[in-house]
Design a protein around this ligand. Sequence first.
Ligand code: NAD
Length: 291
Amino acid sequence: MEIRSVGIVGAGQMGNGIAHVFALAGYEVLLNDVNPEMLGAAIATIDKNMERQVSREKISAADKAGAMARIKTSATLADLGPCDLIIEAATEREEVKNAIFAGLAPHLAPQTILTSNTSSISITRLASRTDRPERFMGFHFMNPVPVMQLVELIRGIATDRETYDTLMEVVRRLGKTAANAEDFPAFIVNRILVPMINEAVYTLYEGVGSVKSIDEAMKLGANHPMGPLELADFIGLDTCLAIMNVLHDGLGDSKYRPCPLLSKYVEAGWLGRKTKRGFYDYRGDVPVPTR
Ligand code: NAD
């Protein structure tokens, strides 16, 4: 099956990045969000990020103009009905995702492929609540989408071969690399990465180090390009907490218990860069550690 048009649900950090790469690869993109303000903000972000690519000579001004013209927005979910492929990239809550797929169902053509960009939720379970578990897959992009090379492809128990082959071809056309992951909590990248971030938060919580010393130690001592707390702010602390909860519930091992300090930051609404405060405060010119 050839994919020409893509409907993206959720225009947050991931949704705008996904729209960006699909539009540059020549797909028609329809971006949706329950919050209409997010749609305007997403277009502004995509414009700014593509402009940076133009100034670095990664793409031409004509590439940018063509891609921007291929992106449309709509606050009405039903408008995504005619798309060949749907990528759900809304908030990491299972009931939100189930409601989106239920809302889309009456408007979709029978061959439309449904995917979720979920970081951790069971693809088999999300698929089982839809009318097409065989045409459902996990399509997990990394943040920031225009920069990161990897896409995890996760088949649910019922996903058919054609759906998998179609998405492999999409990944190839995007110029990215696919990694196949089995459908177990948090797949490959987040199964390893997010417990490390959670451990960094425990290290802070127990007073072993400060925000600055933990991040510096991991940058200079483990050669990580970004410290774990800086990275947590980048991912979003609500998303990190949601992933830890999925690992804890799904694998039943106490080693995955979320750090209480991570929960406290989320309760405070300090979710990282997207709310301008997390382990760092981003409201000034330079990020300032909050502990
Ligand atoms: P975000 O908070 O930046 O954006 C989520 C968007 O979804 C918001 O704009 C919100 O208004 C919208 N939304 C909520 N309910 C909706 C609905 N019913 N219909 C339409 N839109 C709705 O979150 P994000 O970081 O972009 O994450 C989105 C998804 O991508 C999550 O499943 C997350 O686990 C996954 N993901 C995140 C990262 C990351 O690093 N942040 C990486 C890979 C995957």
